[in-house]
Design a protein around this ligand. Structure first.
Ligand code: ATP
Ligand code: MG
Length: 227
């Protein structure tokens, strides 16, 4: 199996005024193509910080990060944005859909930056909404959808660019357990059918145990969990 994400001795700190906070203290962690992995850890342990680094939204301080065997610390911001756009799809706890756009246009928007024409964008967006089971709500705005439906639209948006990796930061955190499980089933099916690599940050042990592997962040380091 090939490695898609390789983190070697990754460090990251934040400074605010004269306060210095070392969040990641030498994270070693790799993920194979096609894996479904969860990351757990106490609040403030650095899960979102790690996800932002993996997703190329933020830079690490020390160590090496190889994404698809590319050493991303050598990339400039434009190159990082391009690689992120081609490789990663994001899903967040609070969905972050654009309130004025109907579901279809929330999903088709990322394709605008790829230069696709409107018809092609909307056809692809509708395909993704179908895949996640909310095609009938394509013309609804987020405020006209339930939380679970909004999260499905957000997952369709993450999928529309055919990412190699989906990064989901507490994707079930704002949903009740039944709807959260439906969203989890969707991730499991996407992983099975399309071999998409999926990383799920969660506080929910029941979600974590449905992944192939679960790791924990503790005191700035990855502590291996069940594998
Ligand atoms: N941009 C930032 N500037 C300064 N400190 C930050 C920044 N982002 C995160 N931190 C700090 O880094 C630590 C780790 O934050 P992070 O958001 O990664 O935690 P988390 O594990 O995702 O927590 P939660 O489970 O509550 O979402 C926290 O102490 C936080 O205050
Ligand atoms: Mg977080």
């Amino acid at each position: 199996m090939s490695t898609i994400i390789e983190l070697q001795n990754i460090t990251k700190s934040y400074s605010i005024g004269d306060q210095h906070l070392a969040v990641l203290k030498g994270v070693d962690f790799s993920i194979n193509q096609g894996e479904l992995v969860s990351i757990m850890g106490a609040s403030g342990s650095g899960k979102s910080t790690l996800m932002n680094i993996i997703g190329l939204l933020d830079r690490h301080d020390g160590g090496h990060y190889l994404l698809k065997e590319k050493r991303v610390s050598q990339y400039n911001d434009d190159e990082l944005a391009t690689l992120r756009n081609q490789t990663i799809g994001f899903v967040f706890q609070q969905f972050f859909l654009l309130p004025r756009l109907i579901a279809l246009h929330n999903v088709s928007l990322p394709l605008l930056y790829r230069g696709l024409g409107r018809k092609d964008r909307e056809k692809k967006a509708l395909d993704e909404l179908e895949k996640v089971g909310v095609a009938e709500y394509a013309h609804h705005k987020p405020s006209e959808l339930s939380g679970g439906q909004q999260q499905r639209v957000a997952i369709a948006r993450a999928l529309v660019g055919n990412p190699h990796v989906i990064l989901a930061d507490e994707p079930t955190g704002a949903l009740d357990s039944k709807i959260g499980q439906e969203v989890m089933n969707l991730f499991i099916n996407l992983n099975r059918e399309h071999k998409t690599t999926i990383i799920i940050i969660t506080h929910d042990a029941n979600i974590a145990k449905q992944c192939h592997r679960s790791v924990h962040i503790h005191d700035g380091l990855i502590v291996k969990g069940r594998s």
